[in-house]
Write a protein that binds this ligand. Structure first.
Ligand code: HEC
Length: 140
């Protein structure tokens, strides 16, 4: 019966949305930012976090990425930078951790299963993308 199918589809959607919220709801994104980024970029993302004095490079103000790029927020570039695909130029080594590798180690722990690694990879992509979207909302 068609109505029945529609009901099932709607119920399935609710489950998916709730599962998604558990993985990357606004609170968990904010928490990820505070846990992983605020030491250097500060809780308000303006740079000058508590670890800054131990670094040779000043962590940039993440609320002005768009302003620095003349009005364009390049989601892909920010994502690539965080996950570690985009390295700094030849003039210096990167001081920011390569979060792709770091989160991967954390997620797979001692597992050697390919399935675990693949699932972890998808989870990390979503987690970092959520952080990118969060940073985008902070742009001045
Ligand atoms: C150990 C300190 C440290 C931590 C922790 C850190 N960063 Fe960084 N970040 C830096 C530094 C220093 C730079 C400047 C580039 C470099 O490292 O050479 C930078 C650069 C950036 C940039 C490039 C900004 C631009 O204008 O191009 C982005 C985006 C960024 N960080 C996001 C993050 C996010 C998101 C997190 C958390 C997941 C994070 N950072 C955690 C130190 C840190």
């Amino acid at each position: 019966m068609r109505l029945h199918h529609r009901f099932l589809a709607a119920a399935a959607l609710v489950v998916i949305v709730q599962a998604g919220a558990a993985v990357a709801g606004p609170d968990s994104v904010r928490q990820d930012f505070l846990d992983l980024c605020a030491d250097c970029h500060n809780a308000d993302a303006r740079g000058n976090g508590p670890l800054t004095r131990n670094l040779t490079k000043v962590p940039p103000d993440l609320t002005r990425i768009r302003a620095r790029a003349h009005g364009v927020f390049d989601e892909k570039a920010v994502y690539d930078w965080i996950i570690g695909l985009k390295m700094t130029n030849a003039h210096g080594s990167r001081e920011m951790p390569i979060w792709g590798d770091w989160l991967m180690d954390e997620a797979v722990e001692d597992s050697t299963s390919l399935e675990t690694a693949r699932a972890a990879e998808r989870e990390i992509e979503q987690r970092i993308m959520a952080i990118v979207k969060y940073i985008e909302t902070l742009q001045k």
